[in-house]
Design a protein around this ligand. Structure first.
Ligand SMILES: *Cc1c(COP(=O)(O)O)cnc(C)c1O
Length: 439
């Protein structure tokens, strides 16, 4: 045996204290459930699913410390001590001055858009996210995509496919004038591009450019810790910095942020808006009362704010994030070993399988991504998410949109599944290739 190239593995920086039992199903039960769901895995009941990879949102496992924090909930209507704890953690971890809690990310997006956007404004961003763009539009703005071209190419191995193309941004500024652009909507770990990171160099350049033109940068920081991990791994000068330091530096180049704490921050519900500008804060603090709740709870129970405060601290721990992204990469590499075509480079929160390439005998009119998702469920009870013709919806005349990409998304919840689960997922996906589908 060769002893030279022994892998230096990461392993989970925790052990398991309590387990959640899963429903084990037979092939016959899965077939029945799938037919009842109209072959749409989204419509399956969670109890019919063995390993659920539909989303990484609100599906994390909380730690013993977070659960202990839940017992310290101060359910006062105003001035709960958990709010002050959360405020302190947000200030220390991210460096933003003022905090407005909200029930989840979209609550913060609603308020921020109402405060900053006027009718006719233009909001440039590194690829849209559904709720973010919708709130910008509802406030009277128009979203313009300024992500680099590489982000749209699943074959490109560019390490920072979340970067902003400053030439595209400059063209918008010249066309509309800086006055009509209240802020650049900058996301870390761009979800719709497959969890692809933005580089620190790009952020610095964006800060310099927007400063010259008097434009704010608002940070969708839902997956900021995962982005920081890729900066540490891939960008020169960051190898020896901690995730905590990198996260704080990222935030320092922005003026404020919206957060869905249901992702990186390891809670099942929660979010916030954080800004540096007192005037923006004051307006947001008034609006949150209308839409979410008083500004010291924003639609959350005191215990939820406590769990979030503790979860934020755990989310920027180096060992945590290495194991988190490490597990996603482990699954991706297993898939590559089985010759399953996936979007590269592997992103921070999930794997995207190119169903058109994987099942080339199925024409797009016959839903290759949906077929693959159904096949995997039938085989093993693993639930994935179709990102192709079905998700794209239909035109007014009832005919299908045909998007360029037919993907199946495998989103990995944080701290929930084991490496053995990852093996089952990859094996089940590989087997789907062997099934004969009659045309
Ligand atoms: C989930 C998400 C949101 C919205 O947050 P919710 O908590 O689901 O309301 C916004 N931006 C990104 C990038 C997200 O992934």
């Amino acid at each position: 045996m060769h002893m030279k190239n022994i892998r230096h593995s990461w392993a989970e920086p925790y052990k398991i204290k309590m387990v959640e039992l899963l429903t084990m199903t037979t092939a016959a039960q899965r077939k029945k459930a799938l037919v009842a769901a109209g072959y749409n895995t989204f419509l399956l009941k969670s109890e019919q699913v063995y390993i659920d990879l539909l989303t990484d949102s609100g599906t994390s496992a909380m730690s013993d410390r977070q659960w202990a924090g839940m017992m310290l909930g101060d359910e006062a209507y105003a001035g709960s001590r958990n709010f002050y704890h959360l405020e302190e953690v947000v200030q220390q971890t991210y460096g933003y001055k003022y905090l407005v809690p909200t029930h989840q990310g979209r609550g913060a997006e609603n308020i921020l858009s109402k405060v900053l956007i006027k009718k006719g404004d233009i909001i440039p961003g590194n690829m849209y996210f559904t709720t973010t763009r919708l709130h910008q539009e509802l406030a009277g703005g128009k979203f313009e995509d300024v992500i680099i071209d590489e982000a749209h190419n699943p074959e490109s191995e560019f390490p920072f496919k979340g970067n902003i193309d400053l030439d595209k941004l400059d063209r918008l500024v010249k066309k509309y004038g800086a006055k009509r652009i209240p802020y650049v909507s900058m996301a870390t770990s761009v979800n719709m591009a497959g969890g692809q990171p933005i580089s620190m160099a790009n952020l610095k350049a964006l800060r310099a450019y927007t400063k010259r033109h008097g434009i704010k940068v608002i940070h969708d920081m839902t997956r900021v810790a995962e982005n920081a991990y890729f900066i540490k791994e891939r960008e020169k000068g960051y190898k020896d910095k901690s995730i905590r330091q990198i996260v704080k530096e990222i935030c320092s180049y922005t003026d404020g942020a919206t957060m869905s704490a249901k992702k990186d921050a390891l809670v099942n519900i929660g979010g916030f808006l954080a800004v540096n500008d007192w005037d923006v804060f004051e307006e947001a603090r008034n609006l949150v009362v209308v839409y979410e709740g008083l500004h010291t709870y924003g639609g959350l129970a005191g215990r939820d704010m406590e769990a979030m405060a503790i979860g934020i601290g755990e989310s920027v721990d180096d060992d945590h994030i290495r194991a988190r992204v490490g597990q996603v990469i482990y699954l991706g590499q297993k898939m590559i070993e089985y010759d399953i075509p996936i979007v590269r480079p592997i992103g921070g929160h999930g794997i995207f399988v190119d169903a058109k390439k994987f099942l080339p005998h199925i024409p797009q009119e016959q839903y290759p991504a949906q077929t693959l998702a159904a096949e995997i469920y039938l085989d093993s009870g693993v639930r994935t998410m179709e990102r192709g013709v079905v998700s794209a919806g239909r035109k007014a005349d009832g005919s299908n949109y045909y998007p360029k990409l037919e993907l199946v998304r495998f989103t990995i919840p944080r701290r929930v599944y084991t490496q053995a689960h990852m093996d089952v997922i990859a094996e089940s996906t590989a087997r789907a290739h062997l099934t004969k589908h009659s045309p």
